[in-house]
Design a protein around this ligand. Structure first.
Ligand code: F6P
Length: 323
């Protein structure tokens, strides 16, 4: 392997730049050439590819977003699109790929790998923390910290008015951000897709008319909730009773931005180095991950489309502490 192409794809995540830097600098360290592919698979198809040397990635470690930009490519889902992408890689003599992204990126790369066998490694970069094969994905820690900061602020105003807030967080089909932001933010309840909680269960937890000294209630709702999003749940509670003064805040894309935490920077740095060292050691068709603090490689087949289960302990303590 002599020339490595690196790209970011799917939803951006804080720490992606730290990963790009680590890939480019590891390439320089091991005397490989590194190329940055812009806008994920879109840029691969268009040949939007440029050299990325060690100095080109200076001063990006601490920045959110991705300097290589990102996209969700429709064309790459077609055989013709993938053929165009392969031709562009050949034109640039790129003989290995490092993809930084989430499940969608992964699915695309898997297909491409089956068709063209370009040596490939995936670095998990998504705020959702929904990929199995790693305890943490890049961006998850930062996004959850952002959510906790927002929850703390909402708590101040909720308390001042004795209000019930439904706060919706991202995560697609995963409740990871919700469960941990809920625990860290002291939520009365956390609604996540992984748990079977009915609307009635939730309503009971809110404690209408109960003689309690609780002056505010915060409910954290994962966007993938199976019993309705934050607005729907708020509406249903309001329809059942006028007891609560209800407000809704959807945190949305602010969870994707901002400077990465130290945790995400270190994780991204480790994963970037592990990706290049893995390629040099013959790892191929794998995702880099961290398990119990160690770097691990898992084959595409064992991680693709597999849900990252939320640990039972987190769900249990969220319940105990909301009493
Ligand atoms: O996968 C990251 C994520 O932010 C999800 O949490 C969310 O469901 C989705 O991307 C939003 O996608 P978009 O930015 O395309 O609206």
């Amino acid at each position: 392997i002599l020339k490595v192409g690196v790209f970011t794809s799917g939803g951006d995540a804080p720490g992606m730049n730290a990963a790009i830097r680590a890939v480019a600098r590891s390439c320089a360290y091991y005397k490989l050439e590194c190329f940055g592919i812009m806008r994920g698979y879109e840029g691969m198809i268009d040949g939007d590819i440029a050299p990325l040397d060690a100095r080109a990635v200076g001063n990006i470690l601490q920045r959110g977003g991705t300097v290589l930009k990102s996209a969700r490519s429709k064309e790459f889902r077609t055989p013709e699109g993938r053929k165009k992408a392969y031709d562009q890689l050949k034109r640039h003599n790129i003989d290995a790929l490092v993809a930084i992204g989430g499940d969608g990126t992964f699915t695309g790369l898997h297909k491409f790998y089956e068709e063209y066998q370009v040596p490939s490694i995936l670095i998990p970069g998504t705020i959702d923390n929904d990929l199995s094969g790693t305890d943490y994905t890049i961006g998850y820690d930062t996004a959850t910290n952002t959510a906790v900061e927002a929850i703390d602020k909402i708590r101040d105003t909720a308390l001042s008015h004795n209000r019930l807030f439904f706060i919706e967080v991202m995560g697609r089909h995963s409740g990871y951000i919700a469960i941990h932001a809920g625990i860290a933010g002291g939520a009365a309840s956390v609604v996540i897709p992984e748990e079977t909680m009915s609307f009635d269960d939730l309503y009971k937890i809110l404690g209408e008319g109960q003689d309690t000294e609780k002056k505010s209630n915060l409910v954290v709702v994962a966007e993938g909730s199976k019993i309705g999003d934050a607005h729907t749940l708020a509406k249903k509670v309001a329809e059942r009773s006028s007891y609560f003064d209800i407000k809704v805040t959807v945190l949305g894309h602010l969870q994707r931005g901002g400077s990465p935490t130290y945790f995400d920077r270190v994780l991204a740095s480790r994963m970037g180095v592990a990706a290049i060292e893995g390629l040099l050691n013959g790892e191929n068709g794998v995702m880099v991950g961290v398990k119990n603090h160690d770097m691990v490689y898992s084959s595409f087949e064992t991680v693709i489309g597999k849900h990252h289960e939320i640990d039972a302990e987190s769900m249990r303590i969220a319940k105990i502490l909301s009493i």
